[in-house]
Design a protein. Structure first.
Length: 217
């Protein structure tokens, strides 16, 4: 991997790593930080489709000679490893196990996206927020970004939560306040806490069972 690696880049909060429609020359893996992946409409509205944590791969579409179908932006300060897209095929040919790991990561993200789609289509507003909060804390715990109290320091705005969950900003605000009163989720502009992960997972139908270790490329 060190032979394939071109270098590392650092990004500040709000910096764009990948732009929708771009023919990127590089692939990236997240070493530090959290990113958001989103698609935009012509009128400026956007749908956040996922959050990306250390170990996640950025720009996989570019490896198959396709323009990026989404944009990626740094949610907090981030450090990424850079790989040249042109060497991707030879790398997989020489290291088949790495190809398996990349396929595993892609399949895992597809499963996670299914959970988010179910939220958009079937879960209530409360269930959507709890599911997202539990998923974020679960990923953060797995990557060492959350503490033992299930507390994650991350500046997610209510507007970004609304963009992820398909809710209005007013409805998002009311839902978060209601969940705080019920003791399910504590979420402000700087920090997220899910006091009881088992209770939250049961409430929102979030499956934490059998979550295997992720490859870290």
């Amino acid at each position: 991997m060190n032979d394939f690696k071109k270098g590392e880049l650092r990004f500040e909060r709000g910096d764009t790593i990948l732009e929708e429609g771009e023919d990127a020359n590089h692939l990236y893996t997240v070493l530090e930080g959290v990113l958001i992946r989103f698609r935009s409409l012509e009128d400026g509205r956007r749908q956040i489709v996922n959050f990306m944590f250390p170990g996640d791969l950025v720009g996989l579409q570019g490896a198959f000679d396709e323009p990026a179908s989404h944009s990626v932006e740094a949610l907090i300060e981030a450090r990424l490893c850079v790989f040249p897209r042109s060497d991707f095929v030879s790398l997989i040919k020489e290291h088949p196990r790495l190809g398996y790991d990349i396929t595993w990561l892609a399949a895992k993200e597809e499963t996670e996206l299914e959970g988010h789609i179910v939220s958009l289509g079937q879960r209530s507003a409360k269930e959507r927020v709890v599911f997202l909060a539990a998923w974020l804390v679960d990923r953060a715990l797995a990557t060492g970004l959350a503490d033992e109290g299930n507390r994650l320091t991350i500046p997610v705005t209510q507007s970004q939560i609304a963009d992820m969950l398909g809710l209005s900003l007013v409805h998002t605000n009311r839902t978060i306040r209601a969940l705080d009163r019920e003791g399910l989720v504590e979420w402000n502009s700087r920090e997220l806490c899910v006091p009881n992960m088992d209770k939250a997972a049961d409430y929102a139908g979030f499956d934490r069972a059998g979550r295997s270790s992720r490859p870290f490329i």
